[in-house]
Design a protein around this ligand. Sequence first.
Ligand code: ADP
Length: 366
Amino acid sequence: MNFTKEEVLFALRQVNDPDLKKDIVTLNMVENLTLADDSLEFTLVLTTPACPMKDELKTSCEDAIHRHISENVKVIVNFDSRVTSRRKDAKEILPGVKNIVCVAAGKGGVGKSTVAVNLAISLAKNGNKVGLIDADIYGPSIPVMLGLKGRRPEVREINGKPVIIPIEQYGVKTLSVGMLVDEKQAVVWRGPMVSSMLRQFFTDCLWGELDYLVLDLPPGTGDIHLTLVQTLPVTGAIIVTTPQEVALADVRKAIGMFRMANINVPVIGIVENMAYFTPRELPENKYYIFGKGGGQKIASEYDIPLLGQIPIVQSIREGGDNGNPVVMGDDVVTAEAFKQFADNSERYIAIRNATIEATRPLETVT
Ligand code: ADP
């Protein structure tokens, strides 16, 4: 062997992660480097197992080694992944949670809860540890969508304190206000009672280690949103919209709220729900019932990514009503649309973590 680890690392420093715009050694993405006579092997630790740059990165590493060391070295690249986090707070709240992601919408009925549920499951299918909180306090629909209607979470005494244990379903740990109180009761609650129940979800529940905790927020902009950013170091928000012009006005309000100086939560991107209709018997055809390009228009206007386009299909509605989310069923085309959305969300969360300062919960808002 006539090359050293330092020489290999020098070569790999010439390779930049295309998303994060820094070299892979500085980003601590190179691990387990071992050298043999005429070969070398290392693990490239990606920020998401579904990284779309995988092949490109591998080729760039091989090229760099061949250019800086020798054409004849055999390069073996293994892959692993580790979800990043930018939490800098003292981690008093949700200490094991790397990323807290809000799913929000400008108004009700655009499919926000449907998107939150299928996103959470798709993230779990990608190999992540995922939690899902139904914070849509006035219309908690997640118990029904996950087939957990009527289920109550277990409460265990831990260190002399009662702790709520989230229910696990389809690989996702979940809790909803709908599991703790009667739905009809929740609607008449006053704001402060609602806020204090939500706080308990973060302080008195056993979430353990999670890569992503997805929060299904109530529609619109209001007190609950303020409570959340006051309580939690939110990584970012994903905004759900439908394509038509009237929906877009509400989306602008929602984006405006997250960007307000005293809230300041990064918007990770937009997802367009009910983007088009495709008849099962004509899978190549797309009909833009609610108009075309609304999601892209908003994304361009605010310079944020369009993370996905979800079709309007019967299997999504049926899956929601039957407690069997579409990504668990046999409609592979729709499941793929959700997977692409989840993969993009992971990618842009990683970019956010690499490029923006950590979000701190607000000190006080009066
Ligand atoms: P929101 O949380 O925005 O109020 P929901 O997720 O509860 O909306 O969805 C409202 C209704 O629309 C539900 O019956 C749901 O199954 C249905 N739905 C949502 N998205 C789609 C879609 N892409 N295709 C078909 N039905 C959908």
